[in-house]
Design a binder for this molecule. Structure first.
Ligand code: NDP
Length: 278
């Protein structure tokens, strides 16, 4: 029987993960099947248990279930230990192991694909859900001059920073702000790790947040530029990027965890962007 994998989320119809994994499988000669699974908002565990009991080998987890996934798994490995959020689950060997590949995916996209070095830069991370939790520690490891977290529900941004301090020790360069209190500050890298773009919305960012050579990075992706990317262009960001590169890079890391084979990401990113990679 062909090994089965899935991406679990709500919503999940927008996910291009099945295309990415089909392309990785073709590239590396691996036989696998990868589908989308829509889980009811109160039915994440039941959906996963059913998939696993039917022989599923692993899943990717997308919004809003990354924190539920952290609670679901029997053990945490790799960056999931620090993140408190899980986006990749491996069901092999009769156990349930949770990983987080979002951080690796974001860092590879920023540093390797987009040529943006994080060290010494001022970074604003918007959002405090599963995606933000997954990338916070890897970003810090790359030594930004400053990292500020901001979130619509302010208590969650405060908690994100406090949990980091409890686990790793307080850090002078890490802080949180309410959106209005960002007025007057500028950042070299502004990361939108909220799901606002999926609803055609924009976090309440003050204008003037972008430095002259800044990169505005939206983790969300789609056919058209997101409201955040449009806002960034209009308000002086030097460059804008969506989350396609991160999506492919984090998928490659999941594929490596499941199959122990590392696929090439550049042709898949190019394919999804509709660019000829040759
Ligand atoms: P969650 O549901 O866990 O968190 C959503 C976050 O977005 C919360 O912080 C929420 O704030 C905030 N938010 C939602 N709507 C708005 C709004 N209108 N204005 C301001 N803030 C808002 O989702 P995830 O963290 O899992 O995912 C976030 C986004 O990142 C999704 O769009 C997802 O597709 C994308 N993503 C992309 C990846 C990639 O590889 N490219 C990888 C991971 C995620 P509050 O706490 O106030 O509710």
């Amino acid at each position: 029987m062909t090994d089965r994998y899935a991406v679990v989320g709500n919503p999940v119809a927008h996910s291009v993960s099945p295309q990415i994994h089909a392309e990785f499988a073709r590239q590396t000669g691996q036989g696998l099947d990868y589908v989308r699974l829509l889980a009811p908002l109160d039915g994440f565990s039941a959906t996963l248990t059913k998939f696993r009991d039917a022989g599923g080998k692993g899943v990717n987890v997308t919004l809003p279930f990354k924190l539920d996934a952290w609670n679901f798994v029997a053990t945490h490995a790799g960056h999931a230990l620090d993140a408190g959020a899980v986006n990749t689950i491996d069901f092999r060997n009769g156990t349930t192991v949770g990983y987080n590949t979002d951080g690796v995916g974001l860092i590879r996209d920023l540093e390797l694909n987009l040529g943006f070095a994080i060290a010494g830069k001022r970074v604003l991370l918007m959002g405090a859900g599963g995606a933000a939790q997954g990338v916070l520690f890897p970003l810090i490891e790359h030594a930004p001059a400053r990292l500020v977290a901001a979130n619509r529900t302010e208590a969650k941004a405060e908690r994100l920073v406090r949990v980091f301090a409890e686990r790793k020790g307080p850090l002078r360069t890490l802080d949180w702000r309410s959106y209005p209190k960002l007025a007057g500050e500028t950042f070299d890298l502004v990361i939108n790790a909220t799901s606002a773009s999926l609803a055609g919305e924009l976090p309440p960012l003050p204008a003037g947040i972008f430095s002259a050579d800044s990169l505005a990075y939206d983790m969300t992706y789609g056919k058209d530029p997101t409201p955040f990317m449009e806002f960034a262009r209009k308000h002086g960001a030097a460059r804008v990027a969506d989350g396609i590169g991160m999506l492919v890079e984090q998928a490659a890391e999941s594929f490596f965890i499941w199959r122990n084979v590392r696929p090439q990401t550049a042709p898949v990113i190019a394919m999804l962007k509709g660019v000829n990679s040759e």
